[in-house]
Design a protein. Structure first.
Length: 53
């Protein structure tokens, strides 16, 4: 019984690490995507304004 306990903890820690990694990567990706979206909308707005005079 005490032999299986550390393995369980290791698995738990691995799971936690994976979850944290996934969350951070998702947040980072969303931030990048959002910045890109903002940039594209700004450039299109500028083009539109220049086209409209």
């Amino acid at each position: 019984m005490p032999h299986t306990m550390p393995l369980k903890w290791i698995n738990l820690m691995m799971l936690l690490f994976m979850i944290i990694l996934i969350i951070t990567s998702t947040m980072f990706f969303n931030k990048l995507k959002f910045n890109h979206l903002k940039y594209t909308t700004n450039s299109t707005k500028k083009k539109f304004h220049s086209w409209k005079w």
